[in-house]
Design a binder for this molecule. Structure first.
Ligand SMILES: *Cc1c(COP(=O)(O)O)cnc(C)c1O
Length: 219
């Protein structure tokens, strides 16, 4: 089941697109099955769930944190995650800088933008992001590295709207690259697209898709 789902999706993905298998709420046996098929990137949205699963999968598994991260959970996950997609506010950045500094390591994050209609979704507005990237704290920080952007489209049947939101995120990425990250080869990730909309996202320039139910079944 998982193998055929993965193969079907991977066949559709251009070579430059990374598939993050979103395994939240799913049992270890299914993650192990995906791992055995060669899948290495897994997405989780709860700190506790990463802690529970982390030690049971092989060490070359790459854990992606994709949910709203509470500042008091940063310390627990920072040495376990490969990439935090959901750097969605300045206070989280401050805590990441502090905890990564204590460990003397660099943590990679994506700047999450609020591109959807729903208020329940998190992320920077364009203006907030520009203000943040110009602030002294950001400029002097050395333990958090922003390697791209992430966004979630509105949950809607209206695919034209979804496309418009993804195009917006792509244009944010392009402008940030020009204005703030010209010299950073690492600033290259555009994380957008889920089970229902990853084809549209890729057409709009995504190079990292976060796919859960199309691999592991409905939650
Ligand atoms: C759950 C989740 C996904 C995956 O959603 P599916 O519709 O199951 O593919 C992707 N991104 C984020 C941020 C999520 O929380």
């Amino acid at each position: 089941m998982i193998a055929s789902n993965l193969n079907r999706i991977l066949k559709e993905l251009p070579a430059h697109v990374t598939l993050v298998a979103v395994s939240k709420t799913k049992p270890l046996a299914l993650l192990q099955e995906a791992y055995n098929c060669g899948q290495r990137d897994f997405g989780e949205n709860k700190a506790q769930e990463i802690l529970d699963k982390f030690e049971h999968l092989p060490k070359d598994t790459r854990w992606h944190f994709i949910g709203h991260l509470q500042t008091n959970k940063v310390r627990q996950v920072i040495d376990k995650v490969h990439l935090i997609h959901s750097m969605d506010r300045e206070s989280l950045f401050v805590e990441l800088e502090k905890q990564a500094g204590k460990l003397n390591r660099i943590v990679d994050v994506l700047l999450q933008f609020h591109i959807a209609e729903e208020e329940t979704k998190h992320g920077f507005s364009w203006d907030e992001a520009v203000t943040f990237l110009n602030c002294e704290f950001y400029k002097s920080a050395s333990h958090v590295r922003i390697v791209g952007v992430m966004g979630m489209a509105t949950f809607t049947e209206n695919l034209a709207q979804v496309q418009l939101e993804f195009e917006t995120l792509k244009s944010y990425y392009d402008t940030l690259k020009q204005d703030f990250f010209m010299d950073s080869d690492e600033f290259r990730v555009i994380s957008m697209g889920m089970s229902g909309d990853y084809e549209i996202a890729i057409a709009c320039g995504s190079n990292m898709v976060r796919v859960g139910s199309a691999i592991f079944g409905e939650r």
